[in-house]
Design a protein. Structure first.
Length: 98
């Protein structure tokens, strides 16, 4: 652990650091208004609790081998070099058919 602190303690420290302090009254009012807007947006978005728990704890998402393989293939197919090569092959095939 970092400095002998638990993850929960570190999370509490981070939350305390994120709270506005020492701001002028006008800035504080603006930040509170924007926070209330943001809070209402977050409440309406229905974020999955398991995602939020995982993000808070810092654990990784579990991905099956099948999902990882599909994601890798998708990313590979979207590479500019691969797209260009496939377009060139397609043009060659069309040229041969003419």
């Amino acid at each position: 652990m970092a400095g002998g602190r638990t993850k929960e303690e570190l999370l509490a420290i981070r939350k305390a650091m994120m709270k506005p302090s020492g701001l002028s009254k006008r800035n504080t009012e603006q930040s509170q208004a924007s926070e209330s807007d943001a809070d209402s947006k977050h409440k309406n978005s229905n974020l999955p609790t398991d995602l939020m728990d995982r993000l808070a704890k810092g654990s990784r998402a579990e991905v099956s081998k099948k999902e990882m393989k599909a994601l890798t293939n998708k990313n590979y197919e979207n590479l500019p070099e691969v797209r260009k090569r496939k377009e060139e092959e397609k043009k060659r095939e069309e040229f041969k058919l003419r």
